[in-house]
Design a protein. Sequence first.
Length: 228
Amino acid sequence: MITKPRRRGRPPEPTLTPKQRRTLELIQRHVQRQGFPPTMQELAAKLGIAGQSAHDQVNQLVRKGFLRREAGKARGLTVVRPVKGDMSDLVPIPIVGSVAAGRPIFAEQNIVGELLVDSQLTQKARCFALKVQGDSMTLAGICPNDMIVVRQQALAEPGDVVVALVDGDATVKRLFIRDGCVELRPDSKNRKHRPIEIGPDTDLRIVGQVVGVRRVTKTTGRRRKPPA
């Protein structure tokens, strides 16, 4: 009896982790907009991760057949297998190098880069990102060198974590209002940080509300969730 040879099934399609998908989507978007892929430094900056983590993500995408790398080229990435689906869930927001009184937040000289964030985080409002300096908000899950996502707004509710200008100096604190008392309070175990009392002669300007945190560790570049 002659039997037909069994057909070998097709190998399963490689799957992407959420981080790998986001990396591939970013590269695709950059190619679509600029006509060429990003460098590793640009990729790391846009994802808000360390440079080595960006290399690791790209290497994983190369191994899975989604990207091809050309050795010796800073922009030597080619998208071999585009990710399927709508990429509209990610939107770029500007990274602002500094916030100063009397100067527009989105002035060209203030913009130092771009960060991709979930569109649900921005809610179609105008947002920007800032790199945090100092440890006055660690109990709120905001640590030194974190990238915070700020929704631009001039008003805030008590309890909101805000970016504010106090007599021209920018700070990230929690807004406290009670019985006519207005304070910007730190969320930290470090006792050197004191609440900033807002008096009648204090020039207080709310720049925006912090709506997200992107954390980067120097060793791994992995993002950690802020404590509940």
